[in-house]
Design a protein around this ligand. Structure first.
Ligand SMILES: NC(=O)c1ccc[n+]([C@@H]2O[C@H](COP(=O)([O-])OP(=O)(O)OC[C@H]3O[C@@H](n4cnc5c(N)ncnc54)[C@H](O)[C@@H]3O)[C@@H](O)[C@H]2O)c1
Ligand SMILES: [Zn+2]
Length: 711
């Protein structure tokens, strides 16, 4: 496969490109899945055309340029009048240039245009004899198409009998609506087939399939009507002389479906500006339409203008397709994430190799539910067709199965809730955490009890689930009012564990504000940010009194984060009050609150300038690396960071020129080397312990208390 859009360097590359394009086109029009999305195909054809322009003597006869359907398909039923392709414009400027060239051909400005959606399906000619549908023919190579009359009866909007016994040909687009496409893929995969990559592809494949064990419906929209050899002369003359808009009204009157039944009905417009306004309207409606459009077709409405403009071999000169940006691209499925929603719904989300669609880079797409993944037979590593229109969430249509290499891996479904670890209720299509709405509670309580937050020993995940299920806790504060009797009433809860848990809870109440804050799980405030906030404000009251501007004084909090922290704290107010009421500590030891700007002092410390950080590490940036030993052995990395900050320093995770000190323990590697290279002061854990000895006591005593609480 050549790289689509790459510059073709020689005749060999040219021949390969032509081969690829012909293959892609054949798949595209005949219902196989093309290996290329439309953008890639169009780029390939452009590079072929560019090479041909430079080497006019070497153009291959099978080249797709200048041909209907790229010359890739043919047929044996001749068309009375050629079924052509359309030329494209991509911008208002190109469109205006086209109207100017049209005016030159016609000999005057065109004063009436017809503006219709460009339906994204495939062209078909429906022949009616005395009002009865007798034949369906594909566009083929434009001069002759393929007989697909077997599809009669499966195409909605294309009646087998017209309201009048006339003989004529209706032309239009056969497509699948989004709902028809979903249905078609369900039926197809139920019959062991590969899902179609997109609705267009599904319509093409379905229309041509002759002997299938099942039928799936499609939809027809008419966009043209003309006489057949057997049409009466009077009618033939009327058809030949009618403006396009009149013909369309007539098509609808005969009982055939047209875009008039949709939000993007065909309209006429008198000026290029009015056309462009309608183009914008249709473009804006695109995302919500129940079927795909890939542009807007603008036609000279009057028959005389059409005749004056004439047609080329590939496209008429009196019509143009105003193309809209492609909304589908092929990319790769790299992974699947499982997210738990507010109500406990566990929804899969596709992680994609980033792909640009209509100006945005898409990295995620919705996958609906596990059954949907199975139905689409998606595998990790698959090439997938991704659809995104407007603000609608991108979705994966289907894998491009024939691009598989064999290295694709099955998608692993979770066995337990990815957030709280509970069982999953798989009885419905949409999976749900067995904890339902409480899933969030279990997850947030487990997080709050974690070692770096309130460090509540003995309150593991299982116990949290038990407490929540027993209805004993509905929020974090409820933990601290649990009684001995309540705990003893739980399964597998003996006297010792009960007492240990109660002791651990009592200890947890004394945790510094920074940890309480962290336990609350305010978005955007992890461990170190919680510590910075706590040290800055010193008390919960000062923090809660702060507005966004005041919160921005904390290092690392910008204009975006500050308001969200303020509003989350406001949301959490009832819980914070409840926690304070049950005796949870709301102050940060050793920190001094900032002065209240412009207000009277509201406490003993109010109004005084915030003390600059004091302590042995005042103003220092400290990095800890390697394993801690000696007095520091038991401290987690988070506890080391807390210690550093208590000692007036700032904990950081990476070594740079700004680093003042590196504590390098056992097995320290690259950070130590870097510190050495930069000439930064290095200390062993023991040396560091001596340096911060005064501040160390508190940390150690906390660790020991918890240990007494039953580790
Ligand atoms: N992905 C691939 O491998 C691949 C291969 C071949 C072609 N393509 C794509 O196909 C397009 C060119 O193909 P084409 O010649 O079939 O289509 P086209 O874009 O040139 O447009 C002509 C067709 O538009 C349709 N149409 C829809 N609404 C219409 C309306 N209101 N009035 C008149 N016609 C209307 C008709 O079917 C008509 O035949 C390109 O966008 C190309 O990217 C893709
Ligand atoms: Zn859960």
């Amino acid at each position: 496969m050549t790289t689509p859009g790459a510059v073709i360097v020689d005749a060999v590359a040219y021949a390969l490109a032509v081969e690829d394009a012909v293959k892609a086109s054949a798949a595209y029009y005949e219902g196989g899945t093309s290996a290329l999305d439309d953008d890639a195909y169009d780029r390939l054809v452009r590079s072929i055309a560019a090479w041909e322009a430079e080497h006019p003597g070497q153009v291959l006869p099978e080249s797709p340029t200048g041909k209907v359907a790229g010359g890739a398909v043919e047929g044996d039923v001749p068309h009375t009048v050629a079924m052509l392709s359309l030329d494209n414009v991509f911008s208002p400027q190109e469109f205006t240039a086209w109207t100017a060239s049209l005016a030159r051909r016609v000999g005057h400005e065109v004063t009436r245009y017809s503006v219709e959606p460009k339906l994204d399906g495939l062209a078909i000619a429906a022949r009616y004899t005395q009002g009865r549908l007798t034949r369906l023919i594909t566009r083929g190579d434009g001069t002759a198409g393929e007989d697909v009359s077997h599809a009669i009866g499966t195409v909605e909007g294309l009646p087998e009998r017209l309201t009048e016994p006339v003989t004529l040909e209706v032309r239009g687009e056969v497509l699948m609506t989004t709902a028809q496409f979903e249905h078609a893929n369900e039926v197809r995969t139920a019959h062991g087939g590969q899902p179609f990559a997109n609705p267009r592809n599904a319509a093409a494949g379905t229309l041509r399939a002759k002997e299938r064990a099942y039928t799936v419906p499609m939809t027809f929209f008419g966009y043209g009507m003309l006489a057949l050899p057997d049409t009466g002369t009077a009618l033939a003359a009327t058809l030949a002389e009618s403006p396009h808009s009149d013909l369309m009204a007539r098509v609808a009157g005969l009982g055939v479906n047209t875009p008039a039944t949709t939000a993007v009905a065909g309209l006429t417009a008198d000026t290029a500006e009015d056309v462009l306004a309608r183009v914008q309207e249709i473009a804006a409606l695109r995302a919500e339409l129940p079927f795909g459009i890939d542009g807007i077709v603008v036609k000279a409405d009057l028959a005389a203008d059409q005749q004056a403009a004439g047609s080329g071999s590939r496209a008429p000169r009196w019509a143009i397709a105003y193309k809209l940006p492609a909304v589908e691209k092929i990319t790769r499925l790299l992974g699947v994430e499982w997210n738990v929603g507010r109500t406990g719904i566990i929804a899969p989300r596709a992680v994609l190799e980033p792909v640009e669609i209509d100006g945005s880079t898409i990295t995620y797409a919705t996958l609906h539910n596990p059954a949907d993944i199975t139905r689409r037979d998606l595998r990790l590593g698959d090439h997938v067709m991704v659809h995104r229109a407007g603000d609608v969430i991108p979705r994966i249509e289907a894998p491009v199965a024939h691009l598989r290499t064999g290295d694709e891996q099955p998608i692993v479904f979770p066995e337990t809730c990815p957030r709280c670890g509970a069982d999953i209720d798989t009885s419905e299509q949409r999976w749900r955490c067995a904890n339902g709405r409480n899933c969030h509670l279990v997850a947030s309580l487990s997080y709050a009890a974690g070692r770096d937050q309130l460090d509540i020993e003995g309150l593991g995940h299982t116990r949290v689930v038990q407490l929540v299920e027993a209805g004993l806790v509905a929020d974090l504060a409820d933990l601290f009012t649990l009684t001995r009797e309540q705990l003893l009433g739980l399964e597998r809860m003996g006297e010792t564990s009960t007492d240990n848990l109660l002791a651990a809870l009592a200890t947890a109440k004394g945790q510094p504000l920074s940890r309480v804050l962290c336990a609350l799980g305010v978005r955007g405030t992890g461990r170190s940010m919680s510590r910075r906030i706590a040290r800055h404000f010193a008390t919960m009251d000062h923090l809660r009194a702060a507005d966004a501007e005041a919160i921005q004084q904390v290092e690392g909090i910008g204009t975006e984060k500050a308001p969200s922290i303020v509003s989350e704290l406001a949301e959490l107010a009832p819980l914070i009050d409840k926690l304070a009421a049950v005796g949870v500590n709301m102050t940060e030891p050793g920190a001094t609150p900032p002065p209240a700007p412009g207000t009277e002092a509201d406490g003993p410390e109010g109004g005084t300038a915030a003390a600059s950080p004091a302590g042995p590490l005042a103003g220092m940036a400290v990095v800890v690396t390697g394993g801690m030993t000696g007095p520091l052995e038991k401290l987690s990395r988070n506890e080391m960071n807390e210690l550093i900050e208590r000692a007036g320093g700032r904990a950081s995770s990476s070594v740079s020129k700004k680093t003042s000190l590196v504590v390098a323990g056992e097995g320290a590697g690259s950070k130590r080397t870097k510190a050495e290279t930069l000439g930064i002061r290095l200390l062993t854990p023991d040396e560091f312990a001596t340096l911060v000895a005064d501040c160390l006591d508190t940390a150690e005593s906390t660790a020991q208390t918890v240990e007494a609480g039953g580790r």
